[in-house]
Design a protein around this ligand. Structure first.
Ligand code: CP
Length: 319
């Protein structure tokens, strides 16, 4: 039985290194099937319910596309305003999720309240929950995509030097750090003003034996880095007035700076959507890893759904 079979996906803390590597091997297998145009449609008859209480482009559509490519079907909502979850007859979150669990096999949900996907999953025994981003909590499937993209580009996450830059409070950064601590890599952090890492998260990672160093100057670090992982300047998952915004371009990544670092393998990653922290002139360079990330959003979620809903031993034979 793999660690994903029949289990909710709520936090990167659920997974050890072997679990992550199994998922990534399975994603490699899915990638080969996609390249050949011969995908096993082994989720025929399964239904994915999207329950998005907050905006999304990539996460919802990637999960839905993944399910469709595996032969399953999708239903749900991208805007809670069109459901009884809002408005004058607003029903409780418990009732909404109880209904969704009656209708689908897996519920992928984004919610503004931190911990809500985990809370509703506790009383759910007939469907699985995927946390697609909860408040300032976690965004586990984004981190799975990010880790897979690093492994795909470099062969291994071990040995990499990775800088997390910009807003270090973000849920995608939180999940990514919880995954990176399973690997023998070096993590450097360059926070924008007022956007520092939660000390509890730092202690958690350092408690796992990983060293994180904090820096003010990204430019000086670039020559030693393998990955620059940036995140949105505007914290989309926080109320607008809760975000101390840095000046535009406070931590600029530019084509010129990246070229000056003199390292062709340097990879810029970003979960998207982007603002001024990631200028479009990086798009057409070898440093661009963020569109590969976005494409991997399908492959990794296909692997995840296959492991969660498919045969219990699915993925065991992946190369
Ligand atoms: N990366 C990410 O979560 O994007 P969306 O907000 O578009 O889902």
């Amino acid at each position: 039985m793999n660690a994903f079979a029949g289990q909710h996906v709520l936090s990167l803390n659920q997974y050890g290194r072997a679990d992550l590597e199994l998922l990534f091997d399975t994603a490699d297998e899915v990638g080969r099937e996609l390249a050949k145009g011969d995908v096993r449609r082994d989720l025929d008859g399964k239904i994915l319910m999207s329950a998005f209480f907050d905006k999304s482009t990539r996460t919802r559509l990637a999960h839905e596309t993944a399910m469709l490519r595996l032969g399953g079907t999708v239903s749900g909502f991208a805007d809670a305003e069109v459901t009884r979850a809002s408005g004058s007859t607003q029903e409780s979150s418990d009732d909404v999720f109880r209904m969704l669990a009656l209708y689908g096999d897996v519920i992928v949900t984004r919610h503004p309240v931190t911990g809500e996907p985990a809370r509703v999953s506790e009383s759910m025994d007939n469907a699985l929950v995927i946390n697609a981003g909860d408040g300032t909590g976690e965004h586990p499937t984004q981190a799975l995509v990010d880790l897979y993209t690093m492994r795909q580009r470099f062969g291994s996450i071990d040995g990499l030097t990775i800088a997390l830059v910009n807003d270090l409070r973000m849920r995608c950064t939180r999940s990514l750090l919880r995954g990176l601590r399973r690997y023998d890599c070096t993590v450097r952090c360059v926070a924008a003003r007022g956007m520092h890492m939660d000390p509890v998260l730092r202690a958690e990672v350092e408690g796992a034996g990983r060293t994180i160093t904090f820096h003010d100057d990204l430019v000086g670090l670039l020559p030693e880095l393998d990955v620059v992982y940036s995140s949105p300047t505007v914290a989309a998952e926080l109320p607008e007035d809760a975000v101390p915004r840095p000046a535009a371009g406070e931590l600029p990544l530019s084509r010129e700076l990246l070229e000056a670092a003199g390292k062709d393998s340097l990879t810029v990653m970003h979960p998207l959507p982007r603002k001024e922290e990631l200028p479009v002139d990086v798009d057409d360079t070898p440093y661009n890893g963020y569109f590969q990330q976005a494409a991997n959003g399908i492959t990794v979620r296909m692997a995840l759904l296959r492991l969660m809903l498919g045969e219990p031993d699915a993925g065991r034979s992946a190369a």
